[in-house]
Design a protein around this ligand. Sequence first.
Ligand code: ATP
Length: 437
Amino acid sequence: MNKIDLKNIKEYLNKEITVKGFVDTVRDLQYVQFLIIRDNTSKLQITIEKNEENTKLNEIVSSLSLESTIEAKGTLLESPAVKLNGVEFIPTQIIVTSKCNGELPINYKNPQSSQLDTKLDYRFLDLRHAKNNLMFKVQTTFVNAMREFLLEKEFIEIHTPKLIGAASESGADVFEISYFDNKAYLSQSPQFYKQMAMASGFEKIFEVGPVFRAEKSFTNRHTTEFTGFDIEFSYIDSYEDVMKLEEELLIYALTKVKEKYGDEIQTLFKKDIIIPQKSFPVIKLEDLYNELEKRYKYKIPNEEKTDLTTEAEKLSYKFSMEEYGSEFLFVTDYKPEKRPFYHMRKNGMPQGYDLIWKGVEITTGAQREHRYDVLKEQAEEKGLDKDVEFYLDFFKYGCPPHGGFGIGVDRVTMLLLGMSTIKESMFLFRGPNRLTP
Ligand code: ATP
C-alpha cells in the first residue's frame, strides 16, 4: 500500500511524498491558502502561498469543494507554529481524485443539527464524523481481543448457516423467506449448531455472525439484525464455569480497548473505560427484586417477576453500583417459563444467567441440557419437539456436558461508548421500519 497514514506523517519530514485524503477545511486568504486534509487516522495542513509560481495550485484550491478527495505531491516541513502536529505540507501538485458535488444533505460535523432518521438515511456521511470513526475502531479492537483470547485457549471458529429449514427455538420471531419452492427462515441464533459442534467433539467453539430477530421492538437496544458473538464449550461442571469464562473474556477485551483507545474515547466520548474486577457480583432474580423493592420502592406484580423488566434492569445498575461498586451484574435463577427449553434445570431451576452491564442485558448464558431424554421432554413441554427433531438427534449418539453464551456486539458497543441508541452504534441499523440504505 502506498498511501501514507497521516498519523505517521512525521516519519517523512523533508521528503518528497504524496498525501491523500478528504478536504476537511479550506481557508483562502489574501496571501496564502490553508487546506486541511483528513484521512482515517489524522489531519494535515497543506500550505500554498499565493504567488505567480503557484497560480495553478491556487486556482485548484480556490475552486475546491469541501469533502472532495485529493492527492497532493510535495514536501513535508517542520513548522512549530502549526497546531496540527507542528508540520505543514508544501505541495507542487494537487489532483482532485473525486469532487464533492454540492452541499452535503447533512452537516455531519454537527450531529445535533440533523434528525436521527435523516442521519441514518445518510449514514455514509454520518460515519465521517470522528466519533463514529473511532467507534468502529473500538469495536474492531473489542471483537478482535475476544477472538484473540479464545484462540489462545484453542477455541475453534465456526460459521453456521443463516438460512435454516425450521424455525429455531420458538418459531415466534423468525423471518420467513421463500426458498425456491419451499420456505426457509433466517437464523435467530446459532444456538443449535453451536451445540451440534459439541456433539461433534469440537469441545470449544465460537462464532461471530449475523443474528436475525423478527421482533417489532422500538427500543433503543433492539434491532432486527445484529452481530452476535457466540461461544460454546464442553466438559463444564456448571453454568458457573460459563460465567467465569465470560468474565475473563470481557476483562481481557476491555483492557485491550482501554490500552489502545482509552485516551481518544475520553476526548471524544467523555467516557472512562472501567476495567471490571473478578469476580462479577451474582444475584438471584428473586433476591434482586426484593432489593429493588426495599431500596427504591420498585413494585411490580408477582407474575412479572419471572423475568427482569426493562425498568428493573435499569434499577439493577443503581443497585449494583451501590452494593458492589460494579457496572456488571450476573442475574441467575430465572423461572423455567422464561428460559429456552435447552437450558439445563436442577430441581426445576434453569442453570443459566443474564449478564447486565450498566443496566442493560448484554448476554444470556447457561449450561445446556445434553441428556437426550431430558432435552426431549423439555422441548415437548414447550410444544416444540416436532420442530426441533433434527436438533434432538444431535444428542442421541453421545454429547459431553456443555454450556455457552451469546453477546450482542452492537449493544456492547453502545454501552461501551455511552451512545443513547443502538441505531447509532451499528454500521447500518435495521429495524421494523428501516431496510435502507
Ligand atoms: P432481550 O431480552 O434484550 O430482547 P434476548 O433475551 O432476546 O434479549 P438473547 O436471545 O439471549 O437475547 O441474545 C443474546 C444477546 O444478544 C443479548 O443479551 C443481547 O446482547 C443481544 N440481543 C438480543 N436481541 C437483540 C436485538 N434485537 N438487537 C440487538 N441485540 C440483541
